[in-house]
Design a protein around this ligand. Sequence first.
Ligand code: SF4
Length: 310
Amino acid sequence: MTGGATYDVLAVTGDPEVAEVGVLRFRGDDRLRVETVDGLAPPLSRDAKWIVNVSTQFGCPVGCPFCDAGGPFAGNLAADEMLAQVRWALGRHPGAAGRCAKLKVHFARMGEPSLNDAVPDAVAALPATTGAPGGWACVATVAPRGRERWFERLQAAKEAAFPGRFQLQFSVQSTDPEARRRLIPVPHWGLDDIAERGRGFLAMGDRRVVLNFALARDVPFDWRVVAARFDPAAFAVKLTPLNPTERGAALGFRTRLRGGDDDAIGREVAALRAAGFDVVVSVGDEREDRVGSNCGQAVRRTAGWAGQQA
Ligand code: SF4
């Protein structure tokens, strides 16, 4: 328990050399449980790079079919509840924030950040919370329609608090509109909207906006669609595995990356690079899968959670 927001730590699981996941319960209410990740980027040390991943909603109302964070949704976290997660992670390693060359806070765990009006406020207050000279922030979103004003507020917050040290990431998932409708089951921006609004989000010196594709088998990904719509000066491409989750497994989703399709993916990566894109292939660390630290899994394991869903 710390600062203005009160919470209890129900569990901490994982591998301290990769990522530990805390399950935090807020306001003494069993429905208000979130996950917070205190993570590293092996083989880098914590002094070189430290990643804290915070939740923005209690559950998630979007309900992507491959994600375990969907299910019972119990509302939004207040700005100080998001910052309390950061303080929890920092408090586990006293003094480390001041030494860290790159302390990156991701608003990318449970919840869709753009559905919570308090996220831009939390971003604005983050530098004062961490006191870290190497502070960065990152927001990952599926870009729901109707939240354009929220993106304007986020843009203002990042320009004030993280000039040149902020990353916006769109969870695009597929280049095919029909597949995107299936994978992101709320009205969302099309690729042309992302191309236009993403470019407008950037200021001089900002990092490129990231287009994230969690590559799944039988889900279309066509590098030519990316190259035709997006400006490589404004956008980078990140390819990730589809993390193994209970919902995803039950629905038959299987990852392409780390799933035996590396040659074909390698050709697509080469084509994108030839078209001028920065491409990151982020295979992650298989230890994360083994400890079950993917989104939503830790909360589901804590006592009483199944009862909440019933
Ligand atoms: S992937 Fe993100 S938006 Fe989709 S259900 Fe999970 S937390 Fe929500």
